[in-house]
Ligand binder design. Structure first.
Ligand SMILES: [Zn+2]
Length: 309
């Protein structure tokens, strides 16, 4: 098993209120927008088996009334707080410019070179923590509610293609351009602009209708036949590598492709990229559900599949 040791250490520090990493990060902007994260989590929650559904309900604070999506954006809200600053590099992966592939050993670290400090390492770490939920004694120091929220959020982030982007432009954050008539940047186009433009143009600004369309595409639609391959995962620890590789692939072929700083992106870019954004939200949700269903399933088999990785 390849232990995400840095993260484990971090967790200890985190609960002891230690400051671990306090500086060294520029203003790197957020993640899927709150709309994107909420859709990913709603899709996942709709696909939970009874055991997982019950565990999630138990872990959520009462005030969200059993709605995981209400807290899926929480890791973005706290990442600049003193106590959570160590989580800031966990939202993304910087890959070498133009390499267009992902290599865990090469790419999963923070700017100081601390291993496992990237979104793929974070998913492994929090999956691991949650896998001790049923056998609570072994890992009591971990806060399971926060582990659930981090896992749910980072499964969204790793599916946002520009979260696995090039190092020199911070995943498109420094590529300033116009989205139709207003100023934006390439990263933000993928985080939020495409989703909001779709919601405004096609769904009366109601993202729940967009979410229903996304779900319709895999329950009875163009992605139905792909569903089992999306869920396919022999080893919960290494499947994140596949998700990250898919993202950098889309980032290269659709995100960065043909785009330069100062460009104006409009209809052509929007029309051709919207289906990809919808698909990545769907995949994030389907796979989050797959992980939670396996972690929280009754029986030892699932537990072993996590522990043996
Ligand atoms: Zn994020």
């Amino acid at each position: 098993m390849r232990e995400p040791t840095a993260l484990k250490r971090m967790s200890l520090h985190f609960f002891a209120f230690f400051l671990v990493l306090s500086f060294g990060y520029g203003p790197r902007v957020e993640a899927w927008s709150k709309e994107g994260h909420a859709m990913t989590c709603k899709i996942a929650q709709d696909l939970l088996e009874p055991e997982a559904s019950q565990a999630v309900q138990m872990l959520l604070p009462d005030y969200v009334d059993g709605d995981l999506s209400a807290l899926c954006v929480w890791p973005d809200q706290v990442r600049h707080w003193y106590r959570y600053r160590w989580t800031s590099p966990l939202h993304f992966i910087d890959t070498p410019d133009k390499a267009c592939n992902f290599n865990y050993k090469r790419d999963c670290h923070d700017t100081h070179g601390v291993k496992d400090m990237c979104v793929a390492g974070a998913i492994q770490n929090f999956t691991n923590q949650l896998s001790h939920y049923r056998h609570g004694t072994s890992d009591r120091r971990h806060n399971m509610t926060e582990a659930l929220l981090f896992l749910a959020h980072f499964m969204g982030d790793i599916h946002q293609p520009m979260h696995v982007g090039f190092t020199s432009d911070a995943g498109g954050n420094t590529i300033e351009l116009r989205w139709f008539r207003h100023k934006s940047n390439l990263h933000h186009v993928w985080d939020r602009e495409i989703i909001l433009t779709a919601a405004a143009d096609y769904y009366g600004k109601d993202t729940s209708l967009l979410q229903q369309d996304i779900e319709g595409n895999f329950t009875d639609g163009i992605w139905t036949d792909d569903l089992s391959s999306w869920r396919d995962c022999d080893n919960l620890s290494t499947c994140v590598n596949k998700y990250a590789a898919e993202s950098i692939n889309i980032a290269c072929n659709w995100g960065y492709k043909g785009v330069e700083a100062g460009d104006t992106l409009s209809d052509e870019y929007f029309d051709s990229r919207l289906p990809l954004v919808m698909k990545r939200i769907a995949q994030g949700g389907v796979r989050l559900a797959m992980i939670l269903n396996r972690i929280f399933a009754d029986g030892e088999e699932q537990e072993d599949s996590v522990a043996a990785t």
